[in-house]
Design a protein around this ligand. Structure first.
Ligand SMILES: [Ca+2]
Ligand SMILES: [Ca+2]
Ligand SMILES: [Ca+2]
Ligand SMILES: [Zn+2]
Length: 305
């Protein structure tokens, strides 16, 4: 971390976040559907036509993180602290290029291009990324499946602290990428970070997914965001109040789709949101509510840690 902007305002966002946390919701328990019913884990690989993300969004993981988050937020508020002290800043990035000797050897220009994509996506919300170091490792086993070899690879290569971002490029099993959540950091600091398919970088050659938004999506998880279709149309959803509820992942670019209908679920599906499963060319935004959540999660789990 180089520097952090401290802002005590943002009362509106803070209130929105608080209302969400306190369970103020329009949907009663009786009306909510099984939150896991429509959530796709894994899914088809990118090459077979759909984005797939290997981040562990299972109900147990999400509920544990939300319980811990709620408890820690209450403690902050009880001390008179703002929900998010860190509302932006410059995050140092350690970029780990893993290759098998022939594939995956990304150039410095490609890494720089990926950094620009991240800065364009998060910049409007106060966050920017500084490339602190790039290293290159030849290890065919890690490169060919850095999902299964996640632990060995990261234990060897991870750098920095909780407010620094580690990015690994390789082939993450069947996924375009996967990430760890902020609340994972304290128990497993060396595993913290984001793993992306090497060909998902800008002009990397992965059909429909080579504008660099896989990294943006996974860094969203790293900041504490869930998929926009988390929990489907049921209570809490993605724990962000201004992203319309969404029953299932949106593939390709189905603008106008509305999978949670009726007056309880205003708005069309957020298929243009970075945290959906649509094509890179389709996704281009985060919301103010997602920013408030990222700021709060960063404050709680990463800032100064
Ligand atoms: Ca912010
Ligand atoms: Ca939402
Ligand atoms: Ca809707
Ligand atoms: Zn994801």
């Amino acid at each position: 971390m180089k520097r952090i902007y401290i802002v005590s305002g943002l009362v509106t966002f803070a209130l929105a976040v608080l209302l969400t946390i306190l369970g103020v919701d329009h949907v009663s328990k009786a009306e909510s559907v099984d939150p896991m019913k429509n959530v796709v884990f894994g899914g088809p690989s990118a090459a077979r036509g759909g984005r797939s993300c290997g981040t562990d969004n299972s109900r147990a993981v999400v509920e544990a993180q939300e319980q811990d988050r709620t408890a820690k937020l209450k403690q902050r508020l009880a001390k008179g602290l703002a929900p998010a002290e860190a509302t932006g800043g410059v995050v140092n990035v350690y970029f780990h290029v893993v290759t098998n000797g022939t594939s995956g050897d990304l150039s410095d220009a490609q890494v720089a291009s990926q950094m620009r994509v991240l800065n364009n996506a998060f910049g409007p919300w106060g966050w920017s990324f500084n490339l602190a170091a790039t290293d290159r490792t030849v290890n065919a086993e890690w490169f060919n499946d850095c999902y299964s070899n996640d632990r060995a690879m990261k234990n060897a290569l991870h750098q920095g602290s909780g407010d620094d971002l580690n990015i690994y490029s390789c082939v993450p099993g069947p996924y375009l990428g996967f990430a760890t959540f902020p609340s994972n950091y304290s128990s497993q600091p060396n595993l913290d970070g984001v793993v992306i398919l090497y060909s998902s970088l800008p002009h990397g050659g992965e059909p429909n997914y080579d504008e660099g938004d896989t990294a943006t999506h996974e860094v969203g998880h790293w900041f504490g965001l869930y998929h926009t279709f988390q929990n489907g149309c049921s209570k809490n959803g993605d724990y962000v109040s201004d992203t319309p509820s969404e029953k299932s992942p949106a593939f390709e670019c189905p603008i106008g789709r509305d999978t949670c209908e009726g007056s309880r679920y205003p708005g069309l599906d957020p298929v243009e949101n970075f945290m959906d499963y649509s094509y890179d060319s389709c996704m281009f935004q985060f919301t103010a509510g997602q920013d408030a959540r990222m700021d709060e999660m960063f404050t709680t789990y990463r800032f100064g840690q």
